[in-house]
Design a protein around this ligand. Sequence first.
Ligand SMILES: [Zn+2]
Length: 317
Amino acid sequence: MDPILVEYDAGITCVDAMYVQPGHACCYLMVENGRAAFIDTGTGHSVPYLLETIKLKNLNVEDVDYVIPTHVHLDHAGGAGLLMSKLPNAKLVIHPRGAPHMIDPEKLVAGTIAVYGEEKFKQYYGEIIPIEEQRVTVAEDEHEIQLANRTLKFLDAPGHARHHFCVYDKTSNGFFTGDTFGLSYKELDNEDGAFILPTTTPVQFEPDAWQNTLTRMLDYQPKNMYLTHFGCVTEIDRLTAQLREGIDEYANIAKSCMNSENREQKIKEKITENLKTKLRERYPENEVVTFIELFKSDIDLNAAGLEVWVKRLDKVA
Ligand SMILES: [Zn+2]
């Protein structure tokens, strides 16, 4: 099982989580002075690749101090329990709202099955293993930890999910963004740079909170954003603008469908059209077709998340 790795500066390695398909989700291994941390874990199926990466770096399982899922969606945290069981010295660092779900994953599993269905759940996530409470560190907003001499700082990051934090690393001047900086699959990189799409997975999309989170992150003037889907992006100003616009457009599309019949289907059609229009500005038609196919499951999830959000608005109104 050879892991697919991308090496970045500052002791940061991107490890393909082999979730759904290569290039779809990743985890990061950070090494500082012989001590290591994983940021995001992928699923249980990703863990063998993570353990192999430790070996390739001439490290031992004892050298890993932290396992840090950015939030408890299972493509980011599903493998955390299994991974922790292999790393005797590691602490799990997690958002306060995520911690109960890592200690007792029952509700999380039920919620994920509700979104993906039983069959896909088994195929993608396997078994979810609980983590002993004594090994869990809760990171409130602005909490800091030390990896050897390196400081990692946690920012509460609602918008994609309320149990989401982002991790600021001064050494690389970068954020580990989980899903807070959207999706940017490398297949879409071209001479115009990277392409970003928001991810509004059920059930806690909050557009206003998301915009505020981005403002807080940009205060740090980061040079790198390490995305889970997928890899490092730079050109922060252009991509932030693209992401902010995408979040606004998604919220407006969902609101415009408020009173439609088959609302989720209508939202799905409209966000697909919206994506096609953006893709056509950058790519020839045959590639647009390929990329729409690549985003198929994201479009489904985004539509489902927008439906949950607009339903909540509807109830309040
Ligand atoms: Zn994700």
